[in-house]
Design a binder for this molecule. Structure first.
Ligand code: 13P
Length: 254
């Protein structure tokens, strides 16, 4: 069965109470025009509710950039999955490179969050990817495999239907440097082989593996045309409707 492409806009620590909903309305229009692509926006916590209202009934999944795995209690500053669901969030990022490398999240913490997202019945976009020095040391596949195995520990094959893997080489994030379609395809194919080893070929074939790292309208079509690239996770280019729209369109066509 063909995999439906998934394109997420990761707004990171950008937008505000006015620009967030306005951007969401532009995203809603491009999602409506491209029904062949599943579209999500990952919004800063304070604006989730307003962005959800702006999306209305349009086919755009409301996403959070992070979560905490405990259901409630004395965890100052953290946000539970119940709170996110109360704000109509359906999709959650785990393991984003900025959370791993700027905020110091470990594979173990990322795994606990991933399991909690899935146990809450939500969609989890688990992000993985190697640092520049790891790539230069020929460690790309080793790092991806380690992050996949650790991140997915305890996740069942049934739950995998609600997992999207985002391969985001860290050296390509926000740098303007993009993986070549061949390099990205090779990394995605290796990730799919790891999923087959962890689960089975049906699960591996059904799982969306999306690319992130300086994805923009000019390079999207070529990357998204690769057989194992099933969409994208977009940072900078998701902040303008005029850039994000063409990426959604390219994914819908691929
Ligand atoms: P850029 O598209 O800005 O490189 O960011 C990618 C990313 O980190 C998406 O999660």
């Amino acid at each position: 069965m063909p995999r439906k492409p998934y394109v997420g806009g990761n707004w990171k620590m950008n937008t505000d109470r006015v620009t967030g909903p306005a951007l969401a309305r532009e995203v809603a229009a491009s999602a409506q025009a491209n029904p062949g692509c599943e579209v999500a926006v990952f919004v800063p916590f304070p604006y989730l509710w307003a962005v959800g209202e702006a999306i209305g009934s349009a086919p755009v999944a409301l996403g959070a950039q992070d979560c905490y795995f405990e259901p409630g209690g004395a965890f100052t500053g953290e946000v539970s999955l119940g709170m996110l669901q109360d704000c109509r969030v359906t999709d959650v990022l785990t393991g984003h490179s900025e959370r791993r490398h700027v905020l110091g999240e470990t594979d173990e913490l990322i795994n606990r969050k991933t399991l909690a997202v899935l146990e809450a019945g939500m969609t989890c976009v688990l992000c993985i990817g190697e640092l520049l020095e790891e790539r230069e040391a020929g460690q790309t596949d080793v790092v991806n495999e380690r992050q996949l195995r650790a991140g997915l520990a305890g996740v069942t094959a049934v739950q995998m239907a609600r997992v999207v893997i985002a391969y985001e080489p860290v050296w390509a994030i926000g740098t303007g440097k993009v993986a070549t379609p061949e390099d990205a395809q090779a990394a995605h194919a290796r990730c799919r082989a790891v999923l087959e080893d962890l689960y089975d070929s049906i699960t591996a074939d059904a799982t969306r593996i999306i690319y992130g790292g300086s994805l923009k309208p000019a390079n999207a079509a070529e990357l998204l045309a690769q057989p194992d690239i099933d969409g994208g996770l977009v940072g900078g280019a998701s902040l303008k409707g005029a850039d994000f729209g063409p990426i959604v369109e390219a994914a819908g066509r691929a």
